[in-house]
Design a protein around this ligand. Sequence first.
Ligand SMILES: C[S@@+](CC[C@H](N)C(=O)[O-])C[C@H]1O[C@@H](n2cnc3c(N)ncnc32)[C@H](O)[C@@H]1O
Length: 183
Amino acid sequence: MVMKADVASAAIQELKTGDSWVIMMSPQGKPLEQKRVFELAQVNHLVILCGHYEGIDARILEDIDEEISIGDYILTGGELPAMVLVDAIVRLLPGVLDEESPLEESFTKRLLEYPHYTRPVEYRGKKVPDVLLSGHHENIRLWRKKQSLLNTLLKRPDLLLNREYDQEERALLEEILFKGDLT
Ligand SMILES: C[S@@+](CC[C@H](N)C(=O)[O-])C[C@H]1O[C@@H](n2cnc3c(N)ncnc32)[C@H](O)[C@@H]1O
């Protein structure tokens, strides 16, 4: 079964305003990345079209500004992908989070975030790193940056390609790669 283009188009036209951006959730779209989520959070009005069955009659593409995929796998319908997109965008809207939080999160600078700890200070014989208990903000910032680079290197080295590095990041990477200093 295929959804009809004329019906979908009429629904889009009904919802569209002068500053709408029309997205179709589709496994054939560009895979969603955090950089795009930041951009879409700036758009005034989004219309999100969800397919079902085999999808929507290909002639609908004329009404669509962008096709977005949430990953290389097939879901039954576009509703869950649309909810994923909406959740990712809404948490970036002003007032939802502390303004600094999204800037440190995984993927924002093509890096994974550093590890987090909470109480107790010691659990299963493992202690929260001393630097985090030191209250020394600059040392904590540097430790987090280094752990972020290390985490990315170990878990998602693909993110480190085609990325620009500032001087501090280069120095930290040097410590990791050439001096074997992971602390
Ligand atoms: C069963 S899928 C259709 C798959 C299509 N026949 C194909 O092979 O490309 C039905 C609908 O679910 C949504 N969908 C499924 N997987 C998706 C994904 N990975 N990302 C975004 N939307 C997806 C789309 O809206 C799609 O039109």
